[in-house]
Design a protein around this ligand. Structure first.
Ligand code: NAP
Length: 320
């Protein structure tokens, strides 16, 4: 027989673990499926596990590292009786209650767990270039979050890779700190909206490197530059830089929910405005998996709290 729980939380970033803290304190004995170790941000603790210093999370005046912050979230969730399993959901059945959640073989007849309510907090992943040593450089000159890490590049020369709204927005934001920002784009026209483009073209600190791709990260321990290639001439050259921001898009971790939970065209889950409710009663979503706008640890944590309160109230109503 599958193990049955009042609340199963899938995901263990700031959203999932905040939902766990709140639902544990409401005596719901939540089970968190925290994911499995990997070398991407789709791992226990989520995207913050690939960040060094976090200086914008309220309450830590001197900053804290991403992994330390997530360990503190985890310890706090455990302290109130959360059960955490280091497994990844391979299949869910949200068509009937109790909901079914499988780990391991998705073809197994019986789900591994059953849940009266489910909180989805599987997060999103930044798309990466897939070059050698990429993950090792994250937090060491390589970043996917200008809001988080821009401050560390005061007075430095840096690059942003990408040509969409994110790249332009990040580059524009980064000019507050950096002495020069080079946008490296693989084509000779931007995908970004015209208004964002104009903002970047008008910014004297932004330069463009068109028709160019990154061939290699340079540096020992931390980024000292990039080897880039012009895709038209195939010519290689080296750029000396202190930092590189990858802004080529994000992918929400929603594959397992396809066909069951309503999603936007870009794969992000849809929640009802002002709540964490999804299209299925008893299933709630929080954090980056349903947020393609703010994507901050603190907003994820806030929405995790909302999901726990929504689940608690919903369960209370079910039990009469
Ligand atoms: P996006 O629109 O998909 O743009 C991704 C950019 O990265 C494209 O320019 C693409 O090049 C480039 N790219 C993709 N894979 C690459 C690779 N492997 N190597 C090099 N370059 C690569 O993603 P986004 O900019 O994150 O935006 C996502 C959505 O959020 C969009 O709808 C956007 O409008 C929205 N958004 C809006 C705002 C705002 O309005 N303030 C801010 C941020 C994002 P190609 O152009 O050649 O495909």
């Amino acid at each position: 027989m599958p193990d049955t729980h009042e609340v199963v939380i899938i995901g263990s970033g700031p959203a999932g673990l905040t939902a766990a803290i709140y639902s544990a304190r409401a005596n719901l004995s939540p089970l968190v499926l925290e994911g499995e170790p990997s070398n991407t941000s789709d791992q226990p603790g989520g995207q913050l596990m690939l960040t060094t210093d976090v200086e914008n999370y309220p309450g830590f005046a001197d900053g804290i590292t991403g992994p330390e912050l997530m360990q503190a979230f985890r310890d706090q969730a455990l302290r109130f009786g959360t059960q955490i399993e280091t497994v990844k959901a391979s299949r869910v059945d949200l068509t009937k209650r109790p909901f079914g959640i499988w780990v391991g073989d998705p073809q197994a007849l019986e789900p591994t767990y059953q849940a009266q309510s489910v909180i989805v907090a599987t997060g999103a992943e930044s798309l990466m270039l897939g070059l050698d040593r990429e993950i090792a450089f994250v937090g060491r000159g390589l970043s996917t979050c200008a809001t988080c890490d821009g401050f560390f590049f005061r007075g430095r020369e840096i690059a942003v890779v990408g040509g969409g709204d994110s790249a332009i927005e990040e580059a524009t934001f980064l000019t507050r700190f950096a002495s020069k920002v080079t946008i490296i784009h693989r084509r000779d026209t931007l995908r970004a909206s015209k208004i964002m483009q104009k903002r970047a073209f008008d910014n004297p600190k932004i330069e463009f490197l068109w028709d160019t791709v990154v061939a290699k990260y340079l540096g020992n321990g931390s980024i000292s530059g990039l080897r880039v290639q012009n895709v038209k001439t195939e010519q290689m050259s080296d750029l000396s830089l202190s930092g590189v921001f990858i802004a080529i898009g994000h992918k929400p971790n929603t594959d397992v929910f396809k066909g069951q939970l309503e999603m936007k065209d870009n794969g992000y889950l849809i929640t009802q405005p002002g709540s964490s409710r999804t299209n299925i009663e008893g299933v709630f979503a929080c954090g980056d998996v349903q947020d393609d706008v703010y994507r901050q640890a603190v907003t994820a944590a806030g929405s995790g709290c909302m999901a726990a309160l929504d689940a608690e109230r919903w369960l209370e109503a079910q039990h009469g």
